[in-house]
Design a binder for this molecule. Structure first.
Ligand code: SDX
Length: 436
């Protein structure tokens, strides 16, 4: 980051001495006011619950322009990556900063491929869950449990450990998600096949059985791979910030990623894709397109507590570029499967149209986000709704790792430890119980 010519001066009406704060510029996007010395100089904290105006770090990984609806991974527009690259190329880019050349890609793919199996003991963790356990409960447990098997790569401050644990996590997430799915179905696990590509391998582990092979459909595999690319990273979102804060204590990479899985589960974050699909199915049961107006009225009624899931975003105040690409993928997949008239997709597009013409949504700059259409694509591919967020976690693992490694490699990083504005009881004495 570069010191800007501009400076910030903080003055106080009570006559306290004013404070000059440096302003830094990035390569693109908003400048930052450096408040690191504010407490030492003024005895005061800043106050920013939800971090609406706070940059928690400097990063070279992902840039989002919320007003333009722009998303760049290491400077490359998401639209170009989603159409010209595959997920493992995108993983390489996010981890190492550049797209791989043919040899680098071959080496990276081979390394990932050779780490796709998990220790046989991992299946005994699954046995502790009921078959109807939510896949994200299972994934939170399994990812954290990985740290028990790789004592040779748990020192987050060791670059070699960071490298091998990155490969292991990227390689094993598809295996774990497929195991969680098979367990819920009461079907045997399918082992990864090294001759298959990353996403074909995942689809086969999901849908093949010992009795019947799964013949990957190229359009569906490409759609799944694109879903992985679109979900790979997204700047300092809630789960990435969780991973950074968790990793800042020096805990091992597997534990830090497990914390990200747990955070992503929430319906305001990664859990929104499952919630959005369930919302569409509820409207469908109410009567479909004819009932959109009634549903939207409930959303606009604050007392209903109902939100339009898959809509709105903390950063995007324009159309989420991932939602556009996801809608295109919807068309491709549904046409391939002969489901071009899928009622849920038609309902989603009608709902989007109504919302984007309604002043409530327009005035609040609420647009479809990545979660609005992703559920329809996944459902068409055959992914059960309850597994949508686990797929999101699979795809986001590389982003979490890249962000975690960027923080750990920064010589200035410290353990994250925010302060507070205390508004509780002032000091008082304990009274004997017979006097309370
Ligand atoms: C993801 O951060 C990331 O980058 C996340 C993510 C990633 O890749 O990591 O992009 C993935 O999490 C996408 C978001 C998925 N969540 C949903 O789709 C859930 C529904 N969306 C909302 O919960 C909400 O839009 C958030 C949580 C996404 C953003 O909330 P903010 O930024 O805190 O905004 P807000 O709640 O203050 O909303 C501003 C106004 C409020 O109304 P007023 O108080 O001004 O009258 O808009 C309203 C909100 O009530 N509003 C909605 C709404 N989202 C916001 N009203 C109805 N439906 C919605 N979806």
């Amino acid at each position: 980051m570069k010191l800007a010519d501009n400076k910030a001066t903080l003055s106080f009406s009570n006559g306290s001495p004013s404070v000059e704060l440096p302003v830094y510029q990035g390569s693109i996007g908003p400048d930052v006011v450096d408040i690191r010395k504010l407490y030492a100089q003024t005895g005061m904290f800043t106050y920013d619950p939800g971090f609406m105006s706070t940059a928690s770090c400097q990063s070279t990984i992902t840039y989002i322009d919320g007003d333009k609806g722009e998303l760049l991974y290491r400077g490359y527009p998401i639209e170009q990556l989603a159409t010209s690259c595959d997920y493992l190329e995108t993983c390489y880019l996010l981890l190492y900063g550049e797209l791989p050349n043919p040899q680098q890609k071959t080496d990276f793919v081979n390394r990932v491929t050779n780490h796709t199996m998990v220790n046989e003991q991992m299946q005994f963790f699954l046995r502790g869950f009921r078959r109807d356990a939510h896949p994200m409960a299972v994934m939170t447990g399994l990812v954290g449990a990985l740290s028990a098997f790789y004592h040779d790569s748990t020192d987050i401050n060791n670059p070699e450990h960071r490298e091998i644990s990155a490969i292991r996590l990227i390689a094993k997430m598809p295996t774990l998600v497929a195991m969680a799915y098979k367990y819920s179905m009461g079907q045997p696990y399918m082992y990864p096949q090294n001759k298959l590509g990353y996403t074909s391998n995942f689809m086969r582990m999901m849908f093949a059985t010992p009795c019947e092979e799964y013949e990957p459909n190229d359009v569906l595999v490409r759609a799944m791979d694109r879903i992985f690319i679109l979900h790979a990273d997204h700047e300092q979102n809630a789960s990435t910030s969780t991973v950074r804060l968790c990793g800042s204590s020096g805990t091992n990479p597997f534990a830090a990623i497990a914390a990200g899985v747990a955070c992503l589960w929430g319906p305001a974050h990664g859990g929104a894709n499952e919630a959005a699909l369930n919302m569409l199915e509820d409207i469908q049961k109410m009567g479909g397109v004819a009932k959109i107006g009634e549903f939207v009225s409930k959303v606009k009624d604050k007392n209903s507590g109902i939100k339009l899931m898959g809509f709105g975003h903390r950063v995007y105040k324009n159309y989420d570029p991932r939602a556009k690409l996801m809608r295109e993928t919807c068309h491709e997949v549904l046409d391939t499967l002969g489901l071009g008239n899928d009622p849920l997709f038609k309902l989603a597009m009608a709902l989007e149209k109504v919302a984007l013409e309604d002043e409530y949504f327009v005035s609040r700059k609420l647009y479809p986000n990545v979660d609005f259409y992703s559920g329809i694509v996944q459902r068409a591919i055959g992914i059960p709704v309850s597994l949508f967020t686990a797929i999101f976690a699979l795809a986001r693992t590389v982003g979490w790792i890249a962000q975690l490694n960027e923080m750990i490699a920064d010589p200035e990083y410290k353990i994250g430890r925010p302060r507070q504005l205390y508004v509780g009881a002032t000091k008082r004495d304990v009274q004997p119980i017979d006097k309370r």
